[in-house]
Structure formats: C-alpha cells, structure tokens
Write a protein that binds this ligand. Structure first.
Ligand code: HEM
Length: 138
C-alpha cells in the first residue's frame, strides 16, 4: 500500500503564500483608505486598522488553504455573525469587493487566479449583507 498522500495545490501556495497575502491585505485597506467609493465602508471600520489587518491576513491565509492559525486563535470563523454588528447592504458589499478587486490586481500576478479568487469571494461578501436594499422596502 502506498504511503503517499494526495497533495493538492492550494490558492495559498499558488499565489506565493503569506508574503503575498500580507501585501494583498495591505493593498486592500489602502484602497479602502483612499477610494472615494469606499468612504462610508472605511467609516464603519476602526480608526486604527492594525488589528483588523492582522486578523484578515490570518483569515485569508486559512481561507486560501494555508495554515489554520485563524481558527486556532479565534475558533470557527462565524463570519456572518461577526459582521452582524455592522450595517452591510449592497453598497457596502460592492465597495468591499471593489477594494478587493483592485488589491488583487496590484498583488496577484496571474489573471486567472485573481479571477478565481474574486469569483469565490463574491458570494461570501454577498452573504455578509444584513440590510435590505431600499427598493426592497414597500
Ligand atoms: C461585504 C462587506 C463587508 C463589510 C462591510 C465588512 C466589514 C467589516 C468590519 C467593519 C469589520 C470589523 C473590523 C474593524 O472594526 O476594524 C470586519 C471584520 C472582519 N471581516 Fe469583514 N466586511 C465585509 C466582508 C468581508 C468578507 C467577504 C470577508 C472575508 C473574505 C471579511 C472578513 C473579515 C474578517 C476575517 C474580520 C475580522 C473578524 C474577526 O474578528 O475574527 N469581511 N469586517
């Protein structure tokens, strides 16, 4: 019997691991700090983004198939529950994804990989919405 284990290449490995994820998160919050479209999104975040950056780096490392330090430190992500304290509607979702798209463009070399990451993140960002659209209200 073979003792070999199947190894799959993770997104984490494919993009270059922790150094690239660190750059991605720095670029993401730089976009949030500077893009006019993200002004209101930035305003619901803490003034000092140090801890927020640290935690998003850990989360994304785990989400992309890398080391699971996020869950070791914080338990199950329960990401939607953790976002319930913030008003997140379509505008916030779209601004978040715009910052992420621009950050990916800056930091991940391969276009097909950038596309795959954004495709996987879009439903997650949509799931964070906890406010009805204005047009949904009768
Ligand atoms: C869709 C719009 C989103 C908005 C408006 C939003 C907003 C926020 C805010 C305000 C915080 C608290 C940070 C602080 O106070 O500085 C936070 C934390 C966090 N967000 Fe989001 N977020 C969104 C989507 C996402 C998505 C799609 C992900 C994952 C890919 C994500 C991952 C995280 C993580 C990991 C934390 C830290 C949670 C923890 O404390 O463990 N967020 N988010």
């Amino acid at each position: 019997m073979s003792t070999e284990t199947a190894r799959t290449t993770t997104i984490h490995d494919l993009i270059g691991g922790q150094p690239v994820i660190d750059r991605l998160v720095e670029a993401f919050y730089h976009q949030m700090d500077t893009l006019p479209e993200a002004r209101e999104l930035r305003a619901i975040h803490a003034p000092d983004l140090g801890e927020t950056k640290r935690v998003l780096k850990l989360y994304l490392m785990q989400w992309m198939g890398g080391p699971t330090d996020y869950s070791a430190e914080r338990g199950h992500p329960r990401l939607r529950a953790r976002h319930l304290g913030f008003r997140i509607g379509t505008a916030e979702r779209d601004a978040w994804l715009l910052c992420m798209k621009r950050a990916l463009d800056e930091t991940v070399a391969r276009e097909d990989v950038r596309h795959a990451i954004l495709q996987a993140m879009a439903p997650l960002a949509d799931f964070m919405r906890n406010q009805p659209d204005p047009e949904d209200e009768a």
